[in-house]
Design a binder for this molecule. Structure first.
Ligand SMILES: CC(C)(COP(=O)(O)OP(=O)(O)OC[C@H]1O[C@@H](n2cnc3c(N)ncnc32)[C@H](O)[C@@H]1OP(=O)(O)O)[C@@H](O)C(=O)NCCC(=O)NCCS
Length: 144
């Protein structure tokens, strides 16, 4: 079982301090967002909530963001943990920071589209496939 590392703090993302670290995370995972920094910056600025995981040297080792109508639904857009810091509980703490901010007592839906290979992680943090509720998720996607 994952050991939760307490030397990492979860804080609201401050672009002036954290953007270079955040873009490095996208780059480390080969996500195309990193190829257009201005577009990624705008996406983060327009997100409802963005949080970073910082190590004791204030280095960004994790990032998550979400969009919400602040009333009924929240959509988790990205969760990323630095490759060398995975399986330490950092992803869980980032997910909990978002899910706790939009509690199910007030919000009808917490949703996300899981990347291939990340399904197991999302099950661990308490999310379930939509078909568990007899629902179907639909998507149009610009990628293969
Ligand atoms: C998915 C990701 C965010 C998980 O972060 P993490 O910090 O490694 O996760 P945690 O250490 O909090 O793991 C929590 C639990 O999920 C499990 N888990 C983590 N990643 C998993 C995976 N890819 N598949 C199955 N289970 C996984 C862990 O084993 C742990 O279970 P345990 O408590 O029984 O040991 C991280 O692997 C990552 O950044 N991946 C690349 C980016 C990505 O695909 N993000 C998801 C976008 S939808």
């Amino acid at each position: 079982m994952t050991t939760m590392r307490q030397d990492v703090s979860i804080r609201p993302a401050e672009l002036a301090d954290h953007f270079l670290g955040i873009i490095d995370l996208y780059r480390a995972h080969g996500w195309t967002h990193a190829s257009d920094p201005a577009r990624l910056r705008r996406a983060i600025e327009c997100s409802s909530l963005a949080v970073v995981a910082l190590d004791p040297d204030e280095r960004v080792v994790g990032f998550a963001r979400a969009m919400s109508d602040e009333a009924f639904a929240v959509y988790i857009a990205d969760i990323l943990v630095a490759p060398e810091r995975q399986r330490e509980g950092i992803g869980t703490r980032l997910a909990e920071a978002i899910l706790d901010h939009y509690p199910l007592e007030r919000f009808h839906h917490q949703v996300l589209v899981a990347e291939r290979g990340a399904e197991g992680f999302y099950r661990k943090v308490g999310l379930v496939p939509v078909n568990s509720f007899g629902l179907t998720a639909f998507i149009r996607s610009g990628r293969d």
